[in-house]
Design a protein around this ligand. Sequence first.
Ligand SMILES: Cc1ncc(COP(=O)(O)O)c(C=O)c1O
Length: 400
Amino acid sequence: MPDTVIADPAAALPDRIQGVGTSQIGLVADKGRDDPDVVKLWIGEGDLPTPDFIVEAAHRAMLAGETRYTYSRGLPRLHQALSDYHRRHWGVEVAPERFTVTAGGMNAIMQACQALLDPGEEVIIPSPNWPNLAESVRVTGGVPVSVPYRRTADGRFSLPLEDILAAVTPRTRILVVNSPSNPTGWVMPLAEMEALRDAARERGLWILSDEVYGHFTYGNAIAPSFLQVCTPSDRLIVASTFSKNWAMTGWRAGWMVYPAGLEGVFNKLGQYNTTSIPTFIQHAAVAALEEGDGFIRTMVSRCAESRTIMVEGLSRLKGVTVFPPEGAFYLMARVEPGEANRGETSLELAFRLLREAKVGVAPGTAFGPEGEGFIRICFAVSPELAREAVTRLTRVLGTR
Ligand SMILES: Cc1ncc(COP(=O)(O)O)c(C=O)c1O
């Protein structure tokens, strides 16, 4: 006899939902999010507000009545603006039909998993990784398989292609690449993208390329995109977002690029996920793409300045090893056991830094077990705030 009511509602859910992980960043943030004295560097967003020209475009669109349902995949005008943006920055031609506008990069990744995965299929994810990648795989019935980044002698993260390929099994369906990477700052060179493309072609695997930090690099060029090395017929999905470039994390606007010919599929998936994102937000997104290149430059140069302050400041701390990340906007600082780390897990250390230094950092294990021994610090903040964080952390951890 089935129970008429459920005694334990969570236990009544399918394994793929019961297995979904809890965010460790949330565990730390919940202890300090309402404290105005905490320098909050735990989350992946900057401290600048969305620029006025974007807010005004949304406002104008609302007043003009752009408040109704629209195309599931997004406004054709926005697809055209996305196509122009990719040509301008990466020199690639992406036909407007190959874009779907999504509720952030998050929903782009979820739709990719929904479209590609059969139950039990494996998805290879370099780790430590942004946790939502692995959890999207789990929610859609797939099995995330971690491939640890290696560390070079100077502390940088690296990802040899042979490590990715060694994890491939007959059940593998997708290879995930996140370059520039959250949290490691690793950037995949173009030649390695070509090599991975060739390996994926030979094995009939999909590449899911999370390129949301593409503009955040600290050399001379923006990060390469898989769109530069793949044809419209390759098994490639690229996920991207308005969140990071234009300080629009709360707008929940992103996009994906899929192979030519899949617009019908993503039209349906768009319909059954969100039935498009809000129409007036799409008008604001057009403004971001068409008028926002200057703002991206401001964001990135501000991050570059704060990155230097934090790398210099934190490398003086006792037991702490940092290296300048090539991309994204995080420092993955290694905290060696000893005085700085009193035998604490990275989660315990994050709690202590919140209590004693009033600095909110993300524990490395929020990004998988490979993150143990690290804390992740977001430097997409003003140079003043970066200096303040360094001062507070120095007070608690001490210098060498
Ligand atoms: C690697 C990575 N991908 C995707 C996202 C998605 O961001 P959003 O959903 O705000 O577009 C994030 C956000 O932190 C991220 O770090």
